[in-house]
Ligand binder design. Sequence first.
Ligand SMILES: [Cu+2]
Length: 334
Amino acid sequence: MTRVALTLALTALGGCAGRPAALDPAGPQAARIAGFWSLLLAVSIAVSVLVLAVLLDALARRRGGSLPPPPAVDPRLERRLTFGVAAAVVLTAVLLLFLFVASLRTARALNALGEPDALTVEVTGHQWWWEVEYWDSAPARRVRTANEIHVPVGRPVLVKTRSADVIHSLWAPRLAGKKDLLPQHATSLWMQADRPGMFDGQCAEFCGHQHAHMRLTVVAEAPEAFQTWLAHQRTPAAEPTEPALLHGREVFLAGPCALCHTIAGTTAAARLGPDLTHLASRTTLAAGTLPNDLGALAAWLVDPQSVKPGVHMPPAALPPRDFQALVAYLGSLR
Ligand SMILES: [Cu+2]
């Protein structure tokens, strides 16, 4: 019966398309959490069934419509009742202790994936997007991107988390538990993906207007594919060859865009908004709010406020020719 309930719950939670599914783990950390969750469910079901059985038994023993006369004190019955109550108290205490120890063991396991070859990724929460930086001892080799964490399958990843403004919380339920991102205090969590795939993530701590539009994607890929991706991200932005794209770059660099964004290989080096060096290589725009295609990009630039009301980016008020060139240039940043 426990198994049936468990399978039903798993199917229900795992089957909702596009929903994070903590009970459908794709890595050892999430599997630990799902295991502990199943244990809690099993124990709760067992206790509920036991209590219900005792209650039904008591009801069945009750005879007639009116209350029976109070029984004469019977020392044997008295002893049996005392024993029953004591046994129930001991059983409860043992169960609670058991769950406490299991919870401690899960927490310890979550913090211990460390290996010498672990990959270090720094994730900074912003209202309302994720800055992702791949750590390297040589600063010039560090890679910065946004709203996407690429990880190699089977390799432990140490995610160092912080916040640039308010408290956020990183949650990619198929890979790991939640971790708060705090403004003044660095935290970290371990994650590892055991199979390739795209895994949804979401800010899990209310952080203002657009909290619900603060999604991220973890892209787990084979180690070679990951290295190719990383090497490509390290390169500066592609040099435009067509006149329209060159014009688009001029528009970008001359406008307010360069005050907030970086495009490596150009003079734009600000960090108030996402790094756009390889913008077109990402799957979504504005932290999972829009698909990443030219139409959505144009809609975003014309009026970011209508897509994400309150967002910290002004609209691009440009003549049509400049605007089209700008969109084409950004769309070329593979
Ligand atoms: Cu947030």
